[in-house]
Design a protein around this ligand. Sequence first.
Ligand SMILES: Cc1ncc(COP(=O)(O)O)c(C=O)c1O
Length: 427
Amino acid sequence: MANAADPLVNGSISVRTAVPGPRSQELAKSAAKSVAAAVLPYGTVFVTRGRGALVEDVDGNVLADFTAGLGCLTVGHSHPHVVAAIKAQAARFLHTDYSVSSYESYADLADRLAWLCGGERKVALFNSGAEAVENSVKIARYVTGKPKMVCFEGAFHGRTHMALSLTAREAPLKTGFGPFSPDIVRLPYPGYNQATMQDFEAAATEAFAADEIAAAIVEPMLGEGGFVVPPRGFLERLKRICRSHNSLLIADEIQTGYGRTGKFLASSHSTAVPDIVLLGKSIAGGLPLSAVIGHADLMDRLPEGSLGGTYIGNPLAIAAALAVLDVIEEERLTRRSADIGHRLKTFWRRQVKAGLVDNVRGMGSMVGAQFHSPEDLKSFRARALEGGVIAVGAGTEGKVLRHLIPAVITDEHLDDCLGVFDSAIRS
Ligand SMILES: Cc1ncc(COP(=O)(O)O)c(C=O)c1O
C-alpha cells in the first residue's frame, strides 16, 4: 500500500547521509569476497527499493536513477501497473517452455510489437539483447544464404560470442575472449571518430562488392559507443546499399527503442524501413526479455523448431511487457521522452556555452554530454552521486555522460537533478 510519508512516493531527492554510505561500503567489501571480479558493480550503491525515477539505498539515501538499469526502465522502477501484472501472472503459472505448452499472451505481445514496428511482421521472443542479436544473424544467414555480417565502429551488440564479434570495443569487453567470428566486416559509423558519410560509403562499396553480406546490423544512434547521432540520410543510404545487394538491414533498437528518442523506434526518424528490428532493455520494465521483429515473409522462411530456447518469452516477462506498452500509451511516455530531451539539451547547451563541456548531442531523452576528459567526467559523476543522482558514462574514451532517465520522472525531480548537475559541474 502506498504510504504518503514514503520518500519514494512523495519523493524528494534527499541525500541524508554520505554517499556511498557505510552500509553500502560494507556490502561492497563483502560482495568482493564471493562475487567474480569480472561482474562486480562499478558503483557502490546497494539498492533496497525503487519507484519511478527514484531508488533508496541500504543507507536510507534517496537517489535519482539516471541510468534506469542501463536503459531498461522507461516506465520507471516498479511501476504499479507492471508489478500488478507480474503478481497476477505469478499466481497463475511461471513457466511452461513456449515450444511445449503455449499461452495466449505470447501472441498478444507479438501482435502489438508487430504493429508498433509497422508493415506485415512476425515476432520471435528471446531473453536478452545479445540473444536477439544472435538470432537475427541466424535468420539473415538462413534467408539470404550468405555468410558475412556488416557492423560498425563504435557498435555494441552484446556479450555472447557472435554479438561480441559484432561489438567494436576491445578492452575490457573482447580482450582475451577470441577467436571471434571471421565473417565480420566493420565499417566506419559516420559521426563516430570523425568518420564522414564519404568514409562510410567508400568502405561499404568495397564490403558489399562480393555479394557475401547476409545483413548489416546497425544502431540508429550509437549507445555504448557514446550517444553518437549519424548524419541525416545515413540509414536510408545503408538500406539502399543492402537492398541492391539482396542483404538485410537489421536495426538494433535494444537501447534506442521504446520511445526513448521521441518515437517508438529511433529508425522511424528516417525513412529507411529495417527488414528486422531488435528490441530489448525497456521491453519488460526490468524483466529479461527481447524480441526479433522481421517482415513476415522473411521470418516464415525458417523451418519450424529452428529457433528457440527454454525460457524464451517467459510468461512473467510477457505480462510485464504488455503492461509496459499500456503504461507507455496511457502516460504518453514517448512524447514525454521528447520533452525531457528538450530540457536536457537546453541545460547542457548552457554548459557548452560556458566552456564546461565540449558538446551535447542525442535524440529525444537519449542525450549525451561530452566532457573535456574522462577524469572530468569521473569527478562530475562522483559529485552528482553525492548530490543524489546516479549517472553513467559511455564512449570508448569514457568522456560522455549519458542520460537514460525513466520517462516517468516528474518535472520537479528533473529540475532538482539538473540543479545537482549544475553544482557538480561548477565545483
Ligand atoms: C544496442 C545494444 N544491443 C545489444 C545489447 C545487449 O543487450 P543485453 O545486455 O540485454 O544482452 C545492448 C546492451 O547494452 C545494446 O545497448
